[in-house]
Design a protein around this ligand. Structure first.
Ligand code: FES
Length: 166
């Protein structure tokens, strides 16, 4: 990843105003900004790492952890917020043991809050692996995560069966 970023920086002018476009390009290609990536950008632009980090954290478009295999986005736009979007976010966070913007240690799940996803009539809304989940409730959070557990167990069983048959 760092080699790729290094090469990408060769084509970017060393101007302070290029900071955000550079960070956006890195995130587009690698899905998040690692501390080492931010250090490389700082070095390239001749500014401090803390300045790069400060700018990146100011905008909520940037993420600092690699995304999980399953990406959970909880809408906290106005329509979702007023009908308990924050309770849905809190439920996912509690069940997965991570906070908004983080990824579980096994890299299975990541959670992020997002602004309006354009289907306010279905509020509160979550988008799980690009599928809109309408009228979310705590029991639905449990159901979604249980579905992933069942899927994972089935995959493991199939893998074991196929290994045993070889
Ligand atoms: S505010 Fe959540 S979909 Fe619009």
């Amino acid at each position: 990843m760092l080699k790729d970023i290094d090469e990408m920086l060769l084509t970017s002018e060393k101007k302070r105003e290029n900071l955000i476009p550079i960070l956006q390009r890195i995130q587009q290609r690698h899905a998040y900004l690692s501390p080492d990536a931010m250090k490389l950008v700082a070095l390239h632009l001749g500014i401090s790492s803390s300045e790069v980090y400060g700018v990146a954290t100011f905008y909520n478009q940037f993420r600092f952890h690699p995304p999980g295999k399953h990406q959970i986005k909880v809408c906290l736009g106005t329509a979702c917020h007023v009908v308990g979007g924050d309770i849905i976010l809190e439920n996912f966070e509690r069940k997965l043991g991570i906070k908004d913007g983080e990824t579980t240690p096994d890299r299975e799940f990541s959670i992020e809050r997002v602004a309006c996803v354009g289907c306010c009539a279905l509020a509160p809304v979550a988008v799980v692996d690009d599928v809109v989940q309408a009228c979310m409730a705590p029991s639905k959070v449990e159901g979604i995560l249980l579905g992933f557990d069942i899927e994972r167990e089935r995959d493991e069983r199939e893998k074991q069966e196929s290994e045993a048959s070889q």
